[in-house]
Design a protein around this ligand. Structure first.
Ligand SMILES: Cc1ncc(COP(=O)(O)O)c(C=O)c1O
Length: 512
């Protein structure tokens, strides 16, 4: 009953969008310009969706910012006039709940800033060449050594773009006659890399180890065709899924990959630098040696406050990939300043800079991530993320709520990212709260109070009362409090997993 209510409202929302879009399309149809004799560049449906359905919602997406992506950002105010987004000529200072600046190293006050500036001055912004020609600097070589050490693998190679790391890296690992078994919720870069590789692709249900085992067994039994077995099988998953905030079931994946002699590739875009007592991703978080995972991939655009990505694995594989990855060979090398930024951040997290800044940031991020998730759950929101994930998606479901939520939070000086169809399935629009170590508990408390007002206005307390039926997230492991045990002046998490509103100092004083 309750589920059908939400479904009905969602369907009604789409019907309204569709109806008004169609009416506008009829009115403006004559304005569509296609040169005589040419096929239209867009189909009628594409034209209808982009210019009639999505255009009025444009101000909720791609909001330009006019400041660094730190805890507080200046966002340009805009309005939609005639399907175009026009600047209102002023900015709004917002609490940043949307950037992937997990450890706060993207802030202008980052402790690594001076080293980045020094490299930018020395090498300029770019090498104007690719790695095979004259695009390899001392910084690139040192970065790859540092990444390998940080990840716990023999060797690593770095790309100038995280998306391109999957897209150009996967085809250098696997090809025709091989099989990729991919989680249904894997990122688009993985899907594109898998397609480009020429390998056969099969999928398994999101985070469902039983389904993965079923797909592997069936594939092995059937083989490539009746006579030939697969040359190799590669399982591809994410450490933390960006649209769900769910953690991969690592122990199960390793058991299965060992049992069936498959290779395992984990994309750690959202987990590297963000989870684990030493910030080294899901293996670190679960106390599993990185040697148990064949290939570890990650990006530098989240926790490391830079750009690019890496693939880390056995040395002979990495050496071979450097010869076969077209995207690595033919695209320009990473900007030396961006490479230096990543290297300095990794050294800071490892404590090699002689400070405890990196460790303190890990503690703050973990505390904040648990606090935000906890508050959203207690509001009655349908939170998808597992405990500890720095990206916390919350279900909106209804298409009307997507823009309403974005605009209402913006009015309250909070910048959030909303994601709707076609980036998600039609009934699974969501908000993605991104937590940062740079957020203080006080700021988070105020921001979440304002979010709660909007949750009420949009009717998003799906997990309260009669709405409780439609639950997407079935597994929600207990918070990993291990990391919190590290010495820190920051407020700690108590045994029940709740963040005390008072700092430990205040509690101690009160006790005295
Ligand atoms: C799982 C995953 N892989 C790869 C990427 C691409 O990384 P980048 O944004 O650094 O290009 C993303 C981007 O968010 C991602 O979520």
């Amino acid at each position: 009953m309750e589920m059908s209510y939400t479904l009905a409202v969602t369907l009604f929302g789409y019907a309204v969008l569709w109806f008004f879009g169609r009416v506008k399309a009829l009115i403006y149809f004559s304005q569509r310009r296609t040169s005589k004799g040419y096929a239209p560049l867009q189909t009628d449906l594409e034209e209808f969706v982009t210019s009639r359905v999505l255009a009025p919602l444009k101000d909720c997406y791609a909001r330009p910012i006019v400041s660094p992506a730190s805890t507080w950002i200046d966002v340009l105010e805009r309005e939609v006039v005639d399907s175009r987004c026009i600047s209102k000529g002023r900015t709004r200072r917002c609490f940043n709940f949307g950037s992937f600046n997990y450890l706060g190293f993207g802030d202008p006050e980052s402790p690594c800033r001076d080293e980045v500036i020094k490299v930018a001055v020395h090498y300029s912004s770019h090498t104007c060449s690719n790695r095979q020609h004259l695009g390899t600097t001392r910084v690139h070589i040192e970065l790859e050594e540092t990444v390998a050490r940080f990840i716990g693998k023999e060797a690593a190679m770095c790309f100038g773009m995280g998306y391109g790391t999957n897209w150009a890296g996967i085809p250098a690992i696997i090809g025709r006659g091989c099989l990729i078994i991919s989680d249904t919720q894997n990122h688009a870069s993985i899907a594109n890399g898998a397609r480009t590789s020429g390998a056969a692709i099969k999928t398994f249900q999101h985070n469902d180890a039983q389904d993965l085992e079923r797909v592997i067994r069936k594939s092995i039994l059937e083989g490539m065709d009746s006579k030939r077995p697969w040359k190799k099988i590669l399982i591809i998953v994410e450490g933390i899924y960006s649209m769900e905030g769910t953690l991969c079931p690592l122990e199960e994946l390793i058991r299965i990959k060992k049992k069936y002699k498959c290779y395992l590739y984990i994309d750690e875009a959202h987990s590297i630098g963000a989870v684990g007592p030493r910030g080294r991703g899901v293996c670190d978080m679960k106390g599993i040696p990185p040697a148990d995972v064949d290939i570890l991939m990650g990006t530098f655009s989240k926790s490391f406050g830079s750009m690019g990505g890496y693939i880390a694995g056995p040395r002979d594989l990495i050496e071979r990939m450097k010869l076969y990855s077209a995207g690595w060979i033919h695209s320009p090398s990473m900007s030396p300043a961006a490479a230096q930024g990543v290297m300095s951040v990794m050294k800071c997290i490892m404590g090699e800079d002689g400070t405890t800044i990196g460790r303190a940031k890990l503690v703050s991020l973990h505390r904040n991530a648990l606090y935000v998730r906890d508050r959203l759950i207690s509001m009655g929101c349908e939170v998808l993320a597992d405990a500890g994930s720095p990206v916390i998606p919350v279900m909106l479901s209804m298409p009307g709520a997507v823009c309403a939520f974005s605009r209402l939070t913006f009015e309250r000086n909070i910048a959030v990212v909303v994601v709707g169809y076609p980036a998600t399935p039609k009934f699974q629009s969501r908000i993605r709260f991104c937590v940062s170590a740079g957020h203080t508990l006080e700021e988070l408390k105020i921001a979440l109070d304002r979010v709660e007002e909007v949750v009420d206005l949009c009717g998003l307390r799906y997990m309260r009362g009669w709405c409780q039926g439609w639950k997407h997230n079935k597994t929600s492991p207990e918070p990993n409090l291990k990391i919190i045990e590290m010495k820190s002046k920051e407020p700690r998490i108590s045994e029940n997993g709740k963040v005390p509103t008072k700092t430990t100092e205040e509690v101690r004083k009160k006790r005295k």
